[in-house]
Design a protein around this ligand. Structure first.
Ligand SMILES: *Cc1c(COP(=O)(O)O)cnc(C)c1O
Length: 231
């Protein structure tokens, strides 16, 4: 199943790249494996996946120990400050930095462990009440503040678009994130290298690619529907 799903996603990515005149190599696929057993991750790994996305610290740590060391782990979920210390030397990138306090904690723990952590600033472009993320208007100043901290580097921006039936409805949000990104590039802030736009999930990654995504985060489209057990 994973093989067929990955093939289909790959075809869609290539088609979206063609439509928008982008190179396939400019878009990186993150296999979002939250709630899925390690066996499924290994299957995806054997099919070539190296970027995996998780949204819970404990689950990421558990899987980290069981997967090959060349996996690039992306923390894509809301991160509590008291848990930063567990993942700071394990993650390739943290996509969900939405406050200076969280960035300060990441910086502090990164200094302790002598690593440099790449992060994306999460922006709530659609202004959804239920979502985390900084307001669009505050993004530039947050990026400027984080840029002053040691051992943390802002690599770009991330957004989680609303759940919609028709992915076209999210096009304006992806375009808005791209615009903020371009504005920041033009400011030439020291110690930031805006190069990544993490946007697009199973329902809307093709539109996100057309609007400039460099990372797309696909879970259901690769691993199938998630089942959440109530504990
Ligand atoms: C779960 C999740 C995804 C993947 O969602 P799908 O719709 O299953 O592709 C992407 N990004 C974030 C932040 C997520 O939490």
């Amino acid at each position: 199943m994973i093989r067929d799903n990955l093939c289909a996603v790959e075809e869609n990515i290539s088609a979206a790249c063609d439509r928008s005149g982008r190179a396939r190599g400019d878009v990186k696929l993150i296999a979002v494996s939250k709630t899925k057993p390690v066996e499924m991750l290994k299957e995806a790994y054997d099919l070539g996946c190296r970027d995996f996305g998780e949204n819970k610290v404990q689950e990421l740590i558990d899987k980290y120990d069981k997967m090959p060391s060349d996996v690039r782990w992306h923390m894509i979920g809301h991160l509590q400050r008291n848990k930063v210390k567990y993942i700071v030397d394990k993650v390739y990138m943290i996509h969900s930095v939405d406050s200076l306090r969280l960035a300060e904690e990441i910086s502090k723990e990164a200094v302790k462990k002598n690593v440099t952590v790449s992060v994306l600033v999460e922006v709530n472009v659609a202004k959804e009440e239920s979502k985390f993320g900084t307001d669009a208007e505050e993004t530039v100043s947050l990026v400027e503040e984080i840029a002053k901290l040691p051992n943390i580097v802002v690599k770009g921006l991330m957004t989680i678009a609303p759940y919609v039936e028709d992915s076209e409805e999210n096009r304006l949000y992806f375009a808005k994130l791209k615009q903020i990104y371009v504005d920041i590039i033009h400011k030439n802030i020291d110690n930031i290298c805006m190069e990544e736009l993490s946007m697009g999930m199973t329902g809307d990654y093709e539109v996100a690619i057309e609007e400039g995504a460099t990372y797309i985060r696909v879970g259901t489209g690769i691993f199938g529907e998630r089942q959440y057990t109530i504990v």
